[in-house]
Design a protein around this ligand. Structure first.
Ligand code: TMP
Length: 206
């Protein structure tokens, strides 16, 4: 099973990915967690260009870099893990590119879809959890962390377009997405994820 977590800045993806990995392991699964951009040596180097390079890569250049990091991650890490029966959890995946470079930057969604397809060989998550939050609140949470980066620093209108992009994609494909209010308690969020996984398992058995 391949599960991705998506959301705008400060939505709490990372903490919930770590929790779900632990929960799945406690329930007898082998789990691999990863993140985008990153997750491989090549990908982590690309991540630092994307998030910390003062040379301001253009939207198109950023798109190519995100896809390059993704291609390496899928080939080197995700596909081999899935092939050996490991549950893979990723903090961001292809939907982030559609949301940020597509809905946010205004690059063609059709082109991004094609590039996602090339980078992943058509790999699609079984479940995508969207932790939805008002960008104002999310960015305020981020300000308190040491991880502030060039994308966080974009204007509020950009982050709002990204958020609306995620919500539009989730509404268009409800069977794959689970949308959760990221301002709810961790306990509520986790119960909903567990309930969705149980449903998914029952559907597969049936
Ligand atoms: P994060 O993983 O700490 O959230 O940081 C990654 C940043 O990169 C975040 O601002 C979202 C952005 N991003 C894109 O713009 N496009 C992408 O395809 C991915 C994976 C991330």
């Amino acid at each position: 099973m391949f599960i991705t977590f998506e959301g705008t800045e400060g939505s709490g993806k990372s903490i919930n990915v770590a929790w779900l990995a632990e929960w799945l392991e406690e329930h007898g699964h082998q789990v691999l967690t990863t993140r985008e951009p990153g997750g491989t040596e090549v990908g982590e180097k690309i991540r630092s260009i994307l998030l910390h390079c003062t040379g301001s890569p253009s939207a198109q250049t950023s798109l190519l870099l995100f896809e390059a990091a993704r291609s390496q991650l899928v080939e080197e890490v995700i596909r081999p893990a899935l092939a050996s029966g490991v549950v893979v959890l990723s903090d961001r995946f292809t939907d982030s590119t559609l949301a940020y470079q597509g809905y946010g930057e205004g690059l063609s969604l059709g082109h991004i879809g094609m590039m996602n397809n090339i980078a992943t060989g058509g790999l699609t998550p079984d479940l995508t959890v969207l932790l939805d939050i008002d960008p104002r609140e999310g960015l305020a949470r981020r300000l308190d962390s040491a991880e502030w980066n060039a994308i966080d620093a974009r204007e509020l209108a950009f982050h709002e377009k990204v958020r609306n992009g995620f919500l539009a994609m989730a509404a268009a494909e409800p069977a794959r997405w689970l949308v959760l209010d990221a301002t709810e308690s961790l306990q509520y969020i986790r119960e909903r994820i567990v309930a969705r996984l149980a449903l998914w398992q029952n559907e597969r058995k049936g």
